[in-house]
Design a protein around this ligand. Sequence first.
Ligand code: PLP
Length: 426
Amino acid sequence: MKKYKDMSKDELLTLKAALLEEYKEEQAKGLSLNMARGKPGFSQLALSMGMLDEINSSSDMRTLLGNDTRNYGDLDGIGECRQLMADMMEVKKENIIVYGNSSLNVMYDTVSRSMTHGVNGSTPWCKLDKVKFLCPVPGYDRHFKITEFFGIEMINIPLLEDGPDMDLVEEYVNNDPAVKGIWCVPKYSNPTGIVYSDEVVRRFAVLKPAAEDFRIFWDNAYCIHHLYKDKQAEILNILDECEKAGNPDMVYMFASTSKITFPGSGIAALATSPRNVEFIKKQLTVQTIGHDKINQLRHTRFFKNIDGMKAHMDKHADILRPKFEAVLNEFDKELAGLEIGSWIRPVGGYFISFDALEGCAKKIVAMCKDAGVVLTGAGATFPYGKDPKDSNIRIAPSFPSVEEMEAASKIFVLCVKLVSIDKYLG
Ligand code: PLP
């Protein structure tokens, strides 16, 4: 296939006319497809329905230690659920606090507490003139919304194929005391699907922050969310590495079972050093009497242990893999070699990230919408919703069916081609 940049004006115009015909045919089908949100599909949710049978009116409601889950107690989670989340996050049980059903809520709380009460006794961030966060981009829009909500200045850090640009991270963190945190999705990142290398994790652990209350917000949302049995990414354990490097308190790790059981009714957890756990629990005792322990019991009885959870994730992978491949195969078939976009083949997580030619993302998203395909808004993957190059588009293949993903991908590549031609035509 000839690269668009090597085509003459006439060639581009002829191609455009043919593609426009195809686009109009697609438009006439009146499709309504949504690739905007990383939601599990119906059949994925069905995988966990058996969990609801684990507890009924004649069930023994006690934990392994004999505590009654219907009553007060176990503020930081029932023992067996803390153990399960610890095994999932590859940390020790003493590092874990189990929360409610949303890890995003825990992240919000963590920033909020730091604003009002500081970090382990440091000056509350709200009393400082300036608080800054580093934001590897493209990244997760809801992280950026939290820091924006609290008026924290966000600094873009390019996300490379093995993690954030660590030269830049070191420069900011080690020199600027206003830099208090960084958002990280270390495994199967949202949206690029990249995995942090061991070197990147080690460089994080040995940071020498100018601010003693600097924290790494390590959102391991996709820690066991592999797509292929023979390509399962492993990352170094950041808590262990930080401890070895003499920075034991520098990281908060987050995860949940939102995309394992139910996003509407899962289990979220925070993992951090015992010193941080102690400080956080002082707030927790004021904040709540406790979270939903019956749901914790349901989860632990359903999975039994981490092996049960991993076997369950294999079933998710079987459902998700063909949807990812529907998109990637269409990209390979229709876009490879044209040099009008680039993408990474994720082997886990929930997203495919596409980088269009500069200045084309918004137009592609709008054109897809006009043909019935809804994508995440262009720019959403950057702080303040502003992609400086207007090039990144996030695709979420999990919710539609495989057939719908095939149809949507077809429209997507058509729009990429048409908008790119227009760019070259000027
Ligand atoms: N973190 C990342 C990186 C995500 O992509 C998502 C959801 O898409 C979440 C957190 C949300 O997690 P939860 O449902 O536990 O709030």
